[in-house]
Design a protein around this ligand. Structure first.
Ligand SMILES: NC(=O)c1ccc[n+]([C@@H]2O[C@H](COP(=O)([O-])OP(=O)(O)OC[C@H]3O[C@@H](n4cnc5c(N)ncnc54)[C@H](O)[C@@H]3O)[C@@H](O)[C@H]2O)c1
Length: 300
């Protein structure tokens, strides 16, 4: 046990940090928090961070699966704590931070990754669809930033925040996933603002935004994490067929595994790279969007 700057007792992360540079935010003696870490991309990122030596808080609404992931990390010789959290709740995210500091005394990396989507044309999306998706994808990121940036600032050591957006955050309008796309555009925007403002302040906290396309996860079964208070999703037949087609693309030639995406994430954290764009496939769609916007700019 040792004590942090506030005199609180916590586990000494120890490890072989003789080889660590003070600028390293991943490795022995460092702690990371990953939300949505019971499954998919979050799980792979948590496991990769643990493999690299960081202690990891495996945070998820699904506490049982989070514990499975944390136990697996510990069985492999790593250090992990499972925490049940609903990221759409500010209080729950504050409690997550408290648990992290109680357990590890610090936080060097935060991955705001939990996410969910509905599938319907806008005319068929209910207000509860919007509220649920915004609560997880947008408010989850806002709560993470609001709670953890001040902790990282007070710590005074280099740190890094990765916000999981999506390629939808770059393409902006995407049929059948309107609420999801809107949150992901907002996550890109918040990440860009945060990076600019931390640079203005000269604070050593890096920011990255993860914008993947198809990754072989359970995001297409998001409704499993939908609280009953938001009712159930009623997908139209055409929306369901689109959902199944998208799901098939996850394991197709352009799909990536969560572990491949986690490699991109750790590489971006280490090199302090802002944009994490993992798939080349949608580049022409993005270029067409930018070209159309530029074509509508008035001449100076
Ligand atoms: N899989 C893809 O193709 C893809 C593409 C682009 C972006 N993303 C994004 O990647 C992130 C991770 O998703 P994934 O693909 O690994 O899906 P996934 O469904 O496998 O994992 C999402 C995790 O988030 C958790 N979660 C849901 N609501 C939560 C809440 N309120 N509080 C805490 N945890 C909650 C779920 O329990 C689950 O463990 C999401 O933000 C998603 O939008 C995924």
């Amino acid at each position: 046990m040792c004590h942090d700057a506030h005199g609180n007792e916590h586990q000494n992360l120890g490890g072989n940090n003789m080889t660590m540079s003070p600028h390293d935010v991943i490795g022995a003696g460092r702690a990371a928090v990953v939300t949505g870490a019971a499954s998919g991309i979050g799980r792979a990122v948590a496991e990769a961070l643990a493999h690299a030596g960081s202690a990891v808080v495996v945070a998820d609404l699904d506490g049982d699966e989070a514990e499975v992931v944390a136990s697996g990390i510990r069985a492999d010789g790593g250090d992990a704590e499972a925490v049940t959290v609903d990221v759409s709740s500010a209080d729950a995210v504050e409690q997550l931070a408290k648990t992290t500091l109680d357990r590890f005394g610090r936080v060097d990396v935060l991955c705001n990754n939990a996410g969910a989507s509905t599938f319907n044309l806008l005319r068929d999306q209910t207000l509860d669809d919007w509220r649920w998706v915004f609560g997880v994808n947008l408010w989850g990121v806002i709560h993470g930033v609001q709670t953890f940036v001040s902790i990282m600032r007070d710590q005074g050591t280099p740190a890094h925040i990765v916000n999981t957006a999506s390629v939808a955050g770059l393409l902006s309008g995407v049929a059948f996933i309107g609420p999801y796309s809107a949150t992901k555009v907002a996550v890109v925007s918040i990440s860009e603002t945060l990076a600019q403002e931390l640079a203005i302040d000269g604070v050593p906290i890096g920011v990255s935004v993860l914008c993947p396309s198809s990754v072989d996860t359970r995001v297409m079964e998001s409704e499993r994490a939908r609280p009953s208070a938001f009712g159930v999703e009623h997908r139209t037949e055409v929306a369901e067929s689109v959902r199944l087609a998208i799901r098939d693309s996850f394991t197709g030639p352009s799909g990536l595994t969560p572990a491949q995406v986690a490699d991109h994430v750790l590489d971006a954290i280490r090199s302090r790279r802002f944009w994490i764009i993992t798939h080349p496939g949608e580049r022409p769609v993005f270029e067409a969007r930018v070209t159309e916007i530029l074509a509508n700019y008035p001449e100076a």
